[in-house]
Design a protein around this ligand. Structure first.
Ligand code: SF4
Length: 99
């Protein structure tokens, strides 16, 4: 999912990627940007800070309530800024105690 979203995001800012001759880090190893998958947040963040999309990406993550590291920001940072991540799974019947 992330590579697709980032590709769409990148297409909105072609001028930022004009001199980018390597793939964006999160498209190479998406799991690194998912702390739930065991990726070290510090490494992912440092790669984001070298990415030309860092500001656009952080704004996207806030407004689309994404999980994981986006634009060098963590879920916690975005939550504290008023942009909590969406729940992983919509509440189903089990969450209400109905089986
Ligand atoms: S800022 Fe980080 S998450 Fe966003 S496109 Fe760049 S490498 Fe990927």
């Amino acid at each position: 999912m992330r590579p697709t979203v980032v590709t769409q995001l990148a297409s909105r800012f072609p001028e930022l990627l004009r001199n980018q001759d390597s793939p964006l880090p999160c498209t190479v190893d998406p799991n690194l940007f998912d702390p739930d998958a065991g990726g070290p947040a510090s490494l992912a963040r440092s790669l984001c800070y070298q990415c030309p999309l860092v500001q656009a990406c952080a704004a996207y993550a806030c407004h689309h309530h994404r999980r994981g590291i986006w634009g060098g920001t963590t879920e916690r940072e975005r939550r504290l800024a008023g942009y909590p991540p969406r729940p992983c799974h919509p509440a189903g019947p089990d969450s209400k105690g109905e089986n």
